[in-house]
Design a binder for this molecule. Structure first.
Ligand code: NDP
Length: 336
């Protein structure tokens, strides 16, 4: 069993020193448990938060423990009647090639329904985040303008495409010309490069009627450009702030909080943070039905960025926080 442990907590950007890669014996399942072999490990921005020793919505990974992560795995040995060797499951094995879990903590997948990797992508947590956050909080109406950044990633690409399915205009923001071209292929009405020196004006030019929904994935200079363009009654689902995850201190002044609050007040803006789990009970079934139908009819497309080998997980993860990934970032850990 090859596994990646959290060796130390990062200060700012994570580095190779924060991880240890080791080989350990393959564990044995007890009654009610299954031994699993990882096929795909999902790398997600939230993992940066788990490396900190800070109070948050989820407990941190302990130093010396296996890094957490969603996985698609194959059952190798089963000591529970609900699963047999060869079954493909969605589970949370973390950054390792093998692991043991109670059978009731894994969800069996139907490989004939969709490529198994989609269970941690467009048909899994990131796709669901886009669906629930956009429809429940953003509530895009036909003809409205929806803006989203990290738009070439799994959350943002789904946000823009679902916005279009609902009849809204989708403006996608991403880093670099290749990603911008990809957004156009996906059918975004407008696509912008946030690294362009004219980004702020570029955004202004493509939202002549202002912004009704800003799906916040990044914060930073994108948010600065968006705020003055928000319309009265705009909705801002706050999903992620990836531009700030490596920050070690507050940005230099002046403190503009009062200006922000003034905008929220005078334009009656709704700013609402969320963690996707809160919508599972109310929206997961609808999501699975709708996403499957949209993928089938071509209105919801997705892109994956697959890195080979568990030992390459740390390097791939660093790139996720700075935009080196292009699509849903996955580590191919074992054969499918
Ligand atoms: P992505 O695959 O889109 O990866 C993150 C992307 O953020 C990078 O590829 C990069 O794209 C972009 N980025 C990084 N730094 C900056 C910056 N300074 N300014 C602008 N863009 C930047 O990730 P996901 O789709 O998995 O996640 C998107 C967001 O959703 C994240 O913030 C994540 O934390 C959040 N999230 C929240 C959930 C919730 O329940 N609230 C659940 C799942 C995800 P580019 O090259 O385009 O700049």
């Amino acid at each position: 069993n090859t596994r990646v442990l959290l060796a130390s907590r990062p200060h700012g950007e994570p580095t190779a020193e924060n991880f240890t890669i080791e080989t350990a014996p393959v564990p044995q399942p007890a009654d009610g448990e299954v031994l699993l072999r990882t096929i795909y490990l999902s790398l997600d921005p939230y993992m940066r938060g788990r490396m900190n020793d800070a109070k948050s919505y989820a407990a941190p990974v302990e130093v010396g423990a296996v890094m957490e992560g969603g996985t698609v795995a194959e059952v190798v040995e089963s000591r529970d009647p609900s699963l047999v060797p060869g079954d493909i499951v969605l589970c949370g094995l973390g950054w390792q090639t093998h692991g043991v879990l109670p059978a009731n903590q894994v969800r069996k997948l139907d490989p004939s329904r969709a490529p198994i990797s989609t269970a941690v992508g467009v048909l899994g947590m990131p796709g669901f985040t886009a669906y629930a956050g956009l429809l429940e909080i953003g509530r895009p109406q036909p003809g409205e303008t929806v803006v989203v950044a990290a738009a070439a990633g799994p959350v943002g690409s789904a946000v823009g495409q679902i916005a279009r399915i609902k009849g809204a205009r989708a403006v996608g923001i991403a880093g670099g010309p290749e990603k911008v071209a990809f957004l156009r292929e996906l059918g975004f009405d407008e696509a912008l490069d946030h690294r362009s020196p004219t980004f702020k004006d570029d955004l202004k030019a493509v939202v002549p009627d202002g912004i009704d929904v800003y799906f916040e994935n990044v914060g930073g200079h994108v948010w600065d450009a968006v705020l003055p363009r928000l319309n009265t009654y705009a909705r801002v689902p706050v999903c992620g702030l990836v531009a700030h995850y490596n920050e070690t201190e507050l940005p230099a002044g002046p403190d503009r909080t009062s200006r922000l609050m003034q905008s929220i007040l005078t334009k009656s803006i709704t700013v609402r943070g969320f963690i996707q789990n809160e919508f599972v009970k109310t929206h997961y079934k609808d999501f699975q039905r709708d996403a499957a139908a949209w993928i089938a009819d071509g209105s919801l497309q997705y892109k994956e960025d697959v890195v080979e080998g568990i030992e390459n997980a740390p390097e791939a993860f660093f790139g996720l926080l700075t935009g080196k990934n292009f699509g849903k970032l996955l580590v191919k850990v074992g054969d499918d």
